[in-house]
Structure formats: C-alpha cells, structure tokens
Design a protein around this ligand. Structure first.
Ligand code: FNR
Length: 372
C-alpha cells in the first residue's frame, strides 16, 4: 500500500511480512523457543490502564526531552537491530537519515550490515548517536571499536548483557544461513562463522560469554562515554549496575529473542524503580532507566514514562518501517508517533499532561500487571 495509508506501527509489520524474503522475515520477526516473552511484551502494556486527569488546559503539549544529555524530539530512541540490509539495500543508514531529519537518536548495532563508519558518515554533523556493543573475546578488538566510536562522536555505549549466547530462534534456525551479501560487516577477528544454525547464531560466535561485573571498570577505563547495560531484568542487577558506576540500564528481554518466559521490561520497571529509589534521589540525574520490548504506540511510551522510565527503545517498529519503505518509512513511523494531531499529542491531551514531567505514576493503574 502507498505510505499514506499507513496509520500505525503495526501496519508496517504487515507490509514487511508481505514484502520481505522469507529469510529476512524469519530473522527479524523470530523470538526464542515458544515465543512467549515476545507476546508478553505486547500483552503487558495492555494490562496497564490509564487514569487520565481532566480540565488541565492542554492546548499546548510538549513531549521533547533529553536522553543521556542529548536532545530528542521524542522520549523514544531507535534500538539496535542487527543486519539491516536483509530488509533494505541501504540498511541502517535509512535509520540514520530519518533520525537526523526528525531529531531522534539511533543506537548503532555492533552487528550492523553497514560498517560503523558508513553510518557515522551518513549522520549530520553533531547528530547524537549511541552504540550497542557486543563484547569480543579479544578485548583489543572491542577497545579499538569503542574508542573509534567515541572519537567519531558517539555519546553512549549500550553494552548488551542479556546475550552471552544468542537464544534459539527456531523460525530463524530453520532457514539455513546462506551468504547473500547482506551479512554483518562486523569487527575483524570474528571469522568462525557457523553457517548451519540460522542467521542469528552464524553472526554471533565472537561474543564473549565470560563477560562479568568485573569487566565494568575496564570499560570505564577505556571510554568516557555514558555506559548503559542493556538487558537488565531484576532489582538485584539494577542495583549492581548502579553501584558499578554505570549511567543507566535498559530493562529489556531483547525483544523476546533471548531467555523465553522472561517478564517484560515494563513489568520489571515497577520493582526496579522502587529498588533504585532506596539508593539515591529519584528521578536520578546520574542514572537513567530505559525500557524496550513491544512498544508500538505513544500510549505504550507514556505508560513506561509514568512508571519511571526516562525513555523507551523501539526495535522492530522502525526495522519494519525501513524494510517496507526505506528512509521514508522510518520518517513516517516517527511522524506517526510525533506529528501534530497524531499519537503523542492526542494521548497527552487525553491524559491531561502538558509535558513529560506531568506524567506521574498516579496516571496509570498497573494493578492488573501482575495478574497473569
Ligand atoms: C534485536 N535486538 C538486538 N539487541 C542488541 O543488543 N543487539 C543486537 O544486535 C540486536 N539485534 C536485533 C535484531 C532484531 C531483528 C531484533 C528484532 C532485535 C534487540 C533490540 O535492540 C530491542 O531490545 C528489541 O527489538 C525491542 O523489542 P521490539 O521493539 O522489537 O519489540
């Protein structure tokens, strides 16, 4: 369908499913084992109900914010998803260009199809970028990669901690990995590609499963970027991250692609915020809590913000947008969330919040969240 018939982020998913080659669709849409967590990521948002306030003069509302010190036109960033060229010949650069035009921040994946420099070169001067990091067994490779990214202006390092090994994504595993040139241009030293286990496992064999809390000071010693741990699920680990001197965490289950039957990030938010409140000021200017997984509507974003998230990440929503329509699709996805009369403005008015700081826990009823 023409792009102007796309009304929401779900529509992009339907188009992507219809137009993508089977292998790309399997890699993008798959989740681990019985795919229970990926369904729960959506379902959890649907168990949170709004408690809107009325008569608050909402003639003008503003949902812009800063994320880790970088201006963002939305409390949403583009989360890292690997292998963009499976979906579109321009790969991740579709996201970079659309993000520049609309003031949104992109997190570049370690396993991007475009090289890091191709993406950095496509960015506008001063455009804020984040980097998602898979840590190589050979730490010199990781060090070079991180320091190069910092030199090129990346503002924050999101170290993925929920993937010491990639999950079993059976839809993907059924498609044997055939090299069609869309593969990741990843860091050197990552040659032992196993070609019979699906795309995900084939590209990820360099990831170091020995990574531990003891490595955090090493990251601090090699970079001044903000360090965020992506894939935290418990108050225990949130506190460890805080005490290790990280600048934040992403409550994420990797879009349901890692440990199946993990809880959703938004559900974990409640206990994790409560635990962090015992450790310091809240909101804590030095420690941000992000959520991703299943976010497809501005209303989902507002629920996460109400429960204490600084911002949320969206993976598949943007991935499906560029797979279907390239850069224009991503721009449209951002506009759907942001533009006048569309999702953010309408939802904030109906909720009675003129800016993000007016979105408070009392605006949601999460009592049913734990009911299942
Ligand atoms: C991902 N995600 C991911 N995360 C990460 O840290 N490194 C990676 O290389 C990837 N690759 C990746 C590929 C694909 C196809 C998907 C769908 C996801 C996880 C991603 O950053 C994010 O956590 C989830 O996508 C969020 O869930 P939604 O928005 O896709 O529901």
């Amino acid at each position: 369908p023409p792009l102007d018939e796309i009304l929401n982020l779900h529509d992009f998913e339907a188009v992507a499913k219809a137009v993508l080659p089977a292998k790309a669709w399997a890699y993008y849409s798959s989740a681990s084992d019985d795919e229970i967590t990926i369904r729960e990521n959506r379902a959890a948002f649907q168990r949170i109900w709004f408690r809107p306030r009325v008569l608050r003069d909402v003639s003008s509302v503003d949902w812009s914010t800063t994320i880790l010190g970088c201006k963002s036109s939305l409390p949403v960033y583009i989360s890292a998803t690997a292998l963009g060229k499976l979906g579109h010949p321009d790969g991740e650069i579709n996201l970079t260009r659309a993000a520049a035009k609309h003031g949104v921040i992109q997190m570049i994946p370690t396993l991007a199809s475009c090289s890091f420099d191709e993406i950095a070169d496509a960015a506008q001067p001063g455009q804020p970028l984040f980097l998602q990091l898979y840590v190589n067994r050979d730490r010199e490779i990781t060090k070079k990669y991180v320091q190069h990214a910092e030199k090129r202006g990346v503002k924050a390092l999101f170290i993925t901690v929920d993937a010491p090994q990639l999950g079993r994504r059976e839809k993907d595993m059924r498609m044997k990995f055939v090299d069609d040139g869309a593969g990741a241009k990843v860091q050197e030293g990552q040659q032992d590609v196993k070609k019979d286990q699906g795309v995900a496992r084939a590209i990820s064999s360099f990831i170091d499963p020995s990574l531990s809390w003891k490595d955090i000071p090493w990251f601090r010693s090699i970079t001044n970027m903000h360090i965020i741990l992506k894939g935290v699920a418990t108050p225990e680990d949130a506190i460890l991250a805080y005490e290790a001197g990280c600048q934040g965490i992403v409550l994420s289950n990797h879009g349901g692609r890692q440990l199946d039957t993990s809880r959703s990030g938004v559900e974990n938010l409640i206990d994790i915020v409560a635990a962090l409140k015992t450790k310091g000021p809240w909101p804590n200017p030095n420690f941000s809590v992000f959520v991703d997984g299943g976010v497809r509507r501005a209303s989902d974003v507002l629920k996460a913000i109400a429960l204490g998230a600084s911002a949320v990440g969206i993976g598949r929503g943007f991935l499906y947008a560029f797979s279907s329509y390239g850069q224009e699709g991503v721009e449209k996805a951002i506009q759907i969330l942001r533009a006048l009369k569309d999702e953010f403005e309408m939802n904030m008015r109906l909720l009675g919040a003129r800016n993000l700081s007016e979105i408070v826990p009392e605006m949601v009823d999460a009592s049913a969240l734990r009911a299942h």
